[in-house]
Design a protein around this ligand. Structure first.
Ligand code: SAH
Ligand code: DHB
Ligand code: MG
Length: 221
């Protein structure tokens, strides 16, 4: 089994289950034109985020790691009219590209983009005493997964959904020898969401057009 068959199978999923999506296609093109890295979620994963928003009935979503807003738009389109997303991004170019994409997708009114390092943005957000979030998607710098998950626990409601991307990293998390901070950050995510007094969680390994990786998913206990 190889990357080619995973990509081909994702193409089949996209053809059979997602279909032409001109808005999403234009966002991918805009991100590429701006020189953003192609590390957004895949279309199949974007649809999963949509399914999770719909099935949970989430109205308040927190995202850490916006990039060009591809994942943000998948979630925003799934929200009811009065739903809102706070999304956090450190790179001004990524944030500006995302804002243009939110306008293009017609969801700008639902999205509050906070520019800056996410730890500082999360601390500022916490100081605002926001209503609890129903869903938190963590997809930023992996070495900070543990503090991000701690903030998710603090800012999310009991029963709220927490998803943390990229926790398998081509299987590099296995064994203790790999000290790449992205890999240790992935292990931190499993350990932190694995704290059973705080979360009921698991992790699912995935293959597809974005390679072999996985996500942790759980609810706040
Ligand atoms: N969720 C996006 C992909 C995010 S990629 C999608 O699926 O479409 C990770 C993003 O996190 C990048 O844009 C990167 O600039 C941002 N990032 C990295 N470190 C950060 C930090 N400390 N604070 C906020 N954003 C950060
Ligand atoms: C990387 C980051 C991501 O969020 C992702 O989904 C894939 C790759 C990265 O930093 O390489
Ligand atoms: Mg990711």
């Amino acid at each position: 089994m190889s990357q080619k068959i995973w990509t081909d199978a994702d193409a089949l999923i996209e053809h059979q289950m997602i279909g032409d999506d001109p808005v999403m296609t234009s966002i991918v093109a805009a991100n590429k034109a701006a020189g953003l890295p192609a590390i957004d979620v895949s279309p199949a994963q974007g649809r999963l985020l949509e399914v999770l928003v719909r099935t949970s009935g989430a109205k308040r979503i927190l995202e850490i790691g916006t990039l060009g807003g591809y994942s943000t738009v998948w979630m925003a389109r799934a929200l009811p009219e009065d739903g809102r997303i706070v999304t956090m991004e450190m790179e001004p170019l990524h944030a500006a590209t995302a804002k243009a994409n939110f306008e293009r997708a017609g969801v700008a009114g639902k999205i509050d983009l906070r520019l800056g390092a996410a730890i500082a943005s999360l601390e500022a957000l916490a100081a605002e005493n926001p209503a609890p979030f129903d869903m938190i998607f963590i997809d930023a710098d992996k070495p900070n997964n543990q503090p991000y998950i701690d903030y998710a626990h603090r800012l999310g409601r009991k029963g709220g959904l927490v998803i943390c991307d990229n926790v398998i990293r081509n299987g590099d998390i296995v064994g203790a020898s790999n000290s790449d901070p992205n890999v240790t950050g992935a292990r931190d995510a499993l350990a932190t969401m694995g704290q059973r007094n705080r979360f009921v969680a698991t992790a699912i390994q995935t293959v597809g057009s974005k390679g072999y990786d996985g996500f942790a998913i759980g609810v706040i206990a």
